[in-house]
Design a protein around this ligand. Structure first.
Ligand SMILES: *Cc1c(COP(=O)(O)O)cnc(C)c1O
Length: 372
């Protein structure tokens, strides 16, 4: 058996053998066994966020974006207005979602990677009483920045508005306590920090909010109110569920728990990041962000300015040696990204650093210099 390359990407990520093996069975979607797996997944996600009493967990078929779209459609009424805090592609995508479904929205656009701060948010909310909801990306995966969701949540709560957090690439590795961090909805998916395979996303939605969201959604298949009602009544998903993905996810939750839950996972991802960043800096690479904003999820590095460097060539040489990295997403400078999440440990990071050093030599880059 050949080994798959390691995915140093923000999802789908490298999964364990036991998660993969959990998919070797077929399940009836209406069967009691599968229903109890769905219920268990929902309850365990709530418990990880300390949200069992205040929120409900509603899964939905599709990738993470489907869950974001479904959440906005369900939680924000057609008469509402949403302020989107943007500093990258995923914030921009939420604005696009609002355009498609015709939800009134405004944005605070911080460019490629500057963090939105509570002070500016507070004055925006004061200036526009029509804003009913604020949306923020927890870890903006396009730069890797960890946005200050705690201060954002506090400002939103103080202004009496609802908060939607896209925690796709953070939940499972970064602590979320619904009793400390007030949110109406927090969204994530199966294939990020919980290390499952792709196929569904989910939202943790405040019970008092979902109870009042009947008729908000513009789309039948994306109506989380309807999905929730049906699931509560029958224990089943509306429409065909990604059965294999859900079963694999339960297995991934077991592994998450065995690793020490959020704390254990955060410790491993932080170690991956620290090892990666210090090894890359030793070689002469530089990170886009200062240490304070570096997430343990994914890190953006400036590309070497050497004329022999090309991302595509770099990517191909790393892939030959068993590592898949990710292109950068900055408008102003050439960059690439390396993920810290997934089934990756010290030895994979060390091997990657070794491989990058060799690949630089092979590309004829003796001295790595990056934009000042
Ligand atoms: C991965 C991700 C998404 C969802 O992307 P999909 O490709 O639809 O799964 C949304 N927001 C953030 C911050 C992400 O990292």
């Amino acid at each position: 058996m050949t080994t798959d390359p390691y995915l140093l990407t923000p999802g789908p990520i490298t999964t364990s053998m036991s998660v993969k093996k959990a998919m070797l069975h077929d399940w009836g979607s209406w069967d009691e066994d599968f229903k109890s797996i769905t219920l268990s997944v929902r309850q365990r996600l709530l418990s990880i966020a300390n949200a069992e009493n205040s929120h409900t967990c509603i899964p939905i078929q599709g990738s993470g974006t489907f869950a974001v779209e479904a959440t906005i459609a369900t939680v924000v009424p057609p008469s509402g207005k949403i302020l989107i805090l943007m500093n990258g592609a995923y914030g921009q995508r939420m604005a696009k979602i609002c355009q498609y479904m015709g939800r009134s929205h405004a944005s605070l656009d911080k460019g490629d990677y500057a963090p939105p701060r509570a002070e500016e948010l507070t004055s925006l909310l004061q200036a526009d009483p029509e804003i009913t909801h604020v949306a923020v990306v927890h870890c903006e995966t396009s730069s890797g920045i960890l946005n200050p969701v705690e201060e954002i949540a506090e400002a939103v709560a103080q202004a009496g508005r609802g908060l939607i957090i896209d925690s796709m690439s953070a939940f499972g590795a970064l602590p979320v306590d619904a009793q400390q961090l007030p949110f109406d909805a927090l969204i994530s998916s199966a294939n990020k920090c919980f290390e499952g395979v792709p196929g569904f996303g989910y939202a943790l939605i405040r019970k008092s909010v979902i109870e009042q969201s009947s008729g908000n959604a513009h789309s039948l298949s994306l109506d989380l109110y309807d999905q929730w009602q049906y699931m509560e009544k029958t224990g089943q998903w509306r429409y065909t569920p990604p059965t294999h993905t859900v079963v694999a996810f339960l297995n991934a939750l077991d592994e998450h728990q065995a690793e020490g839950g959020v704390e254990g996972r955060l410790a491993r991802y932080s170690r991956n990041r620290d090892r990666l960043v210090s090894g890359m800096r030793d070689m002469g690479f530089r990170t886009l962000l200062e240490d304070q904003w570096l997430s343990p999820i994914i890190v953006t590095f400036f590309s070497p300015t050497h004329p022999s460097f090309s991302f595509n060539h770099f990517y191909a040489l790393l892939k030959q040696r068993g590592f898949i990295i990710y292109p950068g997403k900055l408008t102003e400078a050439e960059s690439f990204r390396v993920g810290c999440i997934g089934r990756l440990f010290d030895e994979q990071i060390d091997e990657l650093l070794h491989v990058i050093a060799n690949v630089m030599q092979e590309m004829g880059i003796e001295q790595i210099s990056v934009p000042a």
